[in-house]
Design a protein around this ligand. Sequence first.
Ligand SMILES: [Zn+2]
Ligand SMILES: [Zn+2]
Length: 536
Amino acid sequence: MRVEFLGGVRTVTGSATLLEKGSSKWLVDCGMFQGGKDLEGRNWNLQPYQAGKLSFILLTHAHIDHSGLIPKLVKEGFRGKVICTKATLELCEVMLQDSGHIQEMEAEWQNRKGRRAGKDEAIPLYTMEDAGKCLQYFETVKYDEMLDLTAGVKVRFQDAGHILGSAIIEIWIEDGGEKKKMIFSGDLGNFDQPILRDPSVVEEGDVLWLESTYGDRLHKTKEETVEELLKIIQEAIAHQAKVVIPAFAVERTQDIIYTVGQFIRKGSIPSVPVYIDSPLAISATEIFKRNSDCFDQETKDLLLGGENPLEIPGIIYTRTTEESKAINEDPRPGIIVSASGMCDSGRIQHHLKHHLWREESHIVIIGYQAEGTVGRRMVDGAKMVKLFGEEIAVKAHIHTLGGFSAHADQKGLLNWLSHIRNPRLEVFINHGEEKISMKLGQLIGEQFHLKATVPQWREKKVLFGGIESVVPGEEVKEEFPPGEPSSVLFNHLDRTYKRLRRKLKRGKKSGEGFKEHWLRELEQVQKKLEELEKDL
Ligand SMILES: [Zn+2]
Ligand SMILES: [Zn+2]
């Protein structure tokens, strides 16, 4: 079993892991890189993803940092299956097309600038049409259903409680006579958040990919966060001002609708206009309404009682640009929820341009702000930010409310991990900024005495099931870079030898005896060492 870390390592975006068992290859997630030129440059070279040779993409959830490169991969020859939950498929339908639209707009904008500078024509990463085409490869799976993926590989999706349809993916693999279980945490949900269930508990596994977005901090509780939001809205109403909330179209927007709805229902605030200014968020809200089986008990009870927590008095959905522009002409105090969540594209930028310089306005940050984004600069206290090429002064109140996060905090992550009862569990920390992933890895080592590592981008590893990676041939050339092939190969063989010796010892101790294939593997190592000796 070989793996290659293609993305989402030492960064929060671009989640993708390539798994190879013999000649069978598949991906877990296929996310787009976002946040700066260097990272985004990776979106253009998908050669390491081996599009034409992949049989499957197992998709944890619909967020673009997990699904955003699927249309590009299909463009490059992927003809396998994308496996995900029904809600993920429905969300991908709107989110990938929206992403295609953004790519087209960006290319158009580049071209407008580029033509004046005499540059070559920019092409979009993929178009809306490409995004539409990729959907034919999607197949859905139910939560908790055991799926035979291919010979010797079983897969199960469990609720990750992160966004609608999100999943933790468990993979059971038989390879070279060994049976192992891998777990991909995907993005793990925050506990006790509105609408969704808490993340499912997993108790067994040998290798774990654990996300670490908030691996270095603790969120405030839901009660504190809700209380804080209430105070902000009350203050804004008292000053006839507006509250602007940049929110991811999926989940955070619906959480805000749910929470503000509760304020109005309980009479904590009067019925003020609540603008949902994002066509994507509007479509996503419709998808939420269709997938109520994914809701937690509290929300299901509300529905049973005849209340729709996603329909609140005063809510105004704005689809067209004209409607969107009209919002800022409305003199009444109110709430504007718009995307993108990290403020670096979309309609939210217009609202920020309109409100950031006003002292009475409130900007409420509720989601993760990646390095290099406009949202991050505001959170970090910038006095000026650039929007549409114009410097805008930041005078509005900027609030950060962690409790609405779609991600578990440090405590949540460690608590979730603590349920896996395997003292030899190997942990790969992903989906986090480098320092944060390192910190979480260190903590896991200290508290659980587990081997936790933070992989490098494009790092390859042989996890278990033999040493096929050292069989001579094309793949060896890829695996061992020119320059010092012998020492890399030697180290690899040395590690394999030690691993087999440990297995033999363990087998002897536990009375299992030794297994036939271990001997074959030892023979292969020996043969390879002899060859190497000749070369040297
Ligand atoms: Zn996510
Ligand atoms: Zn993510």
